[in-house]
Write a protein that binds this ligand. Structure first.
Ligand code: SF4
Length: 365
């Protein structure tokens, strides 16, 4: 059995490491490009949410490269993600691909089924060995996210354009090579020090923007036009609401972002008091938190037709007014062009600088 899986940010690094440790034969599809998007758009339903289209494109490329099994995760709640594996399975079989779909549903739903499927994927290992491998790879995943979080904060201060990006790439390469928990700890320190060593101008007082929204739109840079890198180059200090391990972590303690789901639900409660699927409620909670922390603005990213984020968007006018924080919503699909996104970002940055200047002049600065 040769497994493939779709891309999402640094997921390829994590799963490649895990499958290698578990002696699983796998095929990594090419990184997401326009080719994968065009393939997905051609075969997925027109009004499916955008991540389904892109991931179908990834899977077609993986199957074409020789895979005969697909691993997907399932989902719960009122969001179409829970149907992704079913729809992908049907579309790809209708296209004539002969493969097996292995859907890992959340373990709390049926722990025995989860264990059986893990054994099926890693048939040469015992459940204990699988658990140990997951435990170690999880440490690496958290370290990768922690380094990414630092990159978003520090890029705003770099003296020479792209130095932080180069340091980040070097740090990721070091982390990729780490095998044991001790090596992962050392690699994390090395990656953080590489970023720390980038020459900085600490006199700057950058704009602070929070990035919230649907997990796939946040985590896959090709799909969001790598807006984090773009904003960082513009000297913006960024915080992102969701990291890969925050999204995958079963406990919802959100170790990287550091705000657990109960706290977010509490922050969101005056505007959205119940779970609406996906990140809808956490998007609202994070916007409230960013406003409380004095951020200058927030950007909400969502795929076209994403129901949970549309619900979150519907309460934004009230939040913006009551908490005095501007929010720019960017809706992404295959029709979205980079130039249009950049134009809107530039206008938003101008608006935030003007607000900053007005606030400073009001207090006599
Ligand atoms: S969160 Fe939105 S875009 Fe993502 S799978 Fe659910 S409905 Fe689709």
């Amino acid at each position: 059995m040769k497994i493939t899986f779709p891309h999402m940010g640094t997921l390829d690094i994590i799963l490649s490491d895990l499958f290698t440790r578990l002696d699983v034969d796998f095929v990594l599809p090419p990184k997401t490009t326009t080719k994968a998007i065009n393939l997905g758009v051609k075969y997925a339903p027109e009004f499916a949410c955008f991540p389904l289209k892109v991931t179908i494109g990834n899977l077609i490329e993986g199957l074409e490269a020789g895979a005969d099994a697909v691993v997907m995760v399932g989902g719960i709640g009122p969001c179409r993600f829970g149907f992704y594996a079913e729809i992908q399975n049907k579309i790809l079989h209708d296209m004539g691909y002969d493969f097996e779909m292995i859907t890992l549903e959340p373990p709390m739903a049926d722990i025995k089924d989860f264990a059986r499927k893990c054994k099926k994927i890693a048939s040469k290992k015992t459940l204990w060995q699988i658990l140990q491998a997951v435990r170690i790879v999880w440490k690496k995943a958290v370290a990768i996210d922690e380094v990414e979080r630092e990159v978003l904060k520090r890029r705003a201060f770099e003296k020479n354009s792209r130095d932080t990006t180069v340091a980040h790439k070097k740090g990721l390469a070091v982390l990729k090579e780490a095998i044991t928990p001790y090596e992962i700890k050392e690699a994390r320190e090395k990656a953080l020090s590489l970023i720390n060593e980038v020459e900085k101008d600490l006199r700057r007082c950058p704009l602070k923007i929070g990035i919230v929204g649907e997990f796939y739109a946040l985590l896959e840079p090709y799909v969001n036009f790598d807006i984090e890198e773009y904003l960082g180059q513009k000297g913006i200090y960024l915080e992102r609401a969701v990291y890969l391990t925050d999204w995958m972590g079963p406990s919802k303690k959100n170790s990287v972002m550091g705000i657990d789901s109960d706290e977010l639900a509490k922050a969101a409660k005056p505007y959205l008091s119940h779970f609406v699927g996906g990140e809808g409620q956490t998007t609202v909670g994070h916007i409230v938190k960013f406003a409380e922390e004095g951020f200058d603005g927030v950007i909400q990213l969502l795929p076209f037709t994403c129901m949970p984020e549309i619900i979150a968007k519907s309460v934004l006018p009230k939040i913006c007014k009551e908490l005095d924080i501007p929010v720019l919503t960017l809706i992404i699909d295959e029709q979205t062009g980079r130039a249009g996104v950049i134009t809107r970002l530039e206008a938003f940055i101008d608006l935030l600088w003007n607000r900053r200047k007005k606030k400073l002049s009001a207090v006599g600065c």
